[in-house]
Design a protein around this ligand. Structure first.
Ligand code: CDP
Length: 247
């Protein structure tokens, strides 16, 4: 079966990396990955490698940017020049500006911004290696970094993309599938409230496909959510053990 002249699903129904259509890539999440930020996290999702760092809530500079009734959330998503096959210019691209906005908007509903008026929360995301789905993996990592910074949140946010090739929905597109497939739907959810905080669609999807994609995404997001909580628990249990052993 071909999609845009590139075979994305073979006769056995398997994808270019051997996955089944509804199979996500293996992932790993580490909370508190960096020592110099207030909170941080690292995620690997397939070949994606991404670090998220959080500072705040802290004083806003310049001061006129301070909002009287809530914290300002800023997000900066950057791709390292060596993160993609063709060296990316280190300058800020339009895509990075757009993804920074999209990621911030997916995370903001989870943060109790009203508890910290006149402050700013900064989220920095650095993509070290990219292979499709970096915005969704960044959201998953950044929400762990926010929790690691001790910022009060309604819930974590986890995200994944669902795409399409040869009329088949594919969970968690890799770079080749993203490039040659027929569509891409990044989805972020706050699992405790079952609340969608990001929904984008590139390509044409029938209403039934959107419903099915949401179902596939939700299942993957619950797995990521467990991984996020495990990562946070691991870090704080380790600290507890260290404190206990030093007493
Ligand atoms: O990463 P995500 O799927 O959220 O965003 P995208 O704009 O749909 O990019 C899809 C993929 O294209 C990225 O994950 C990278 O693997 C690749 N890409 C690239 O090779 N070179 C760039 N300058 C930007 C993206």
């Amino acid at each position: 079966m071909r999609s845009n002249n590139v075979v994305l699903i073979n006769e056995e129904g398997l994808r270019v990396d051997g996955r089944r259509p509804n199979e996500m890539r293996p992932f790993k999440i580490i909370a508190g990955y960096l020592s110099n930020a207030d909170g941080s996290a690292y995620i690997e999702l397939g070949r994606n490698k991404i670090v998220a760092a959080v500072y705040g809530p802290r004083e806003v500079h310049p001061k006129y940017l301070a909002l009287p009734h809530r914290a300002t959330v800023r997000c900066r998503y950057s791709m390292a020049p060596f993160s993609v096959e063709e060296r990316k210019s280190p300058g800020r691209s339009r895509r990075e500006i757009e993804l920074s906005k999209v990621i911030r908007e997916a995370l903001e509903p989870a943060i109790f911004v009203e508890e910290y008026p006149r402050t700013v929360i900064d989220i920095f995301i650095q993509v070290l290696e990219a292979d499709g789905g970096t915005r969704t993996a960044s959201i998953t990592a950044a929400s762990v970094a926010l929790a690691d910074a001790g910022i009060p949140m309604r819930d974590l946010v986890a995200a994944i993309a669902v795409g399409k090739a040869s009329d088949t929905l594919l969970l968690d597109l890799n770079g080749i599938e993203d490039q040659y497939g027929d569509g891409d739907m990044p989805i972020a959810i706050m699992p405790r409230y079952n609340l969608v905080t990001l929904f984008q669609a590139d390509g044409i999807f029938a209403p039934e496909e959107i419903e099915e994609a949401l179902k596939m995404a939700r299942e993957a997001i619950y797995k990521l959510y467990e991984g996020q909580k495990e990562a946070l628990k691991r870090k704080y249990l380790k600290i507890r053990e260290e404190v206990l052993s030093s007493e």
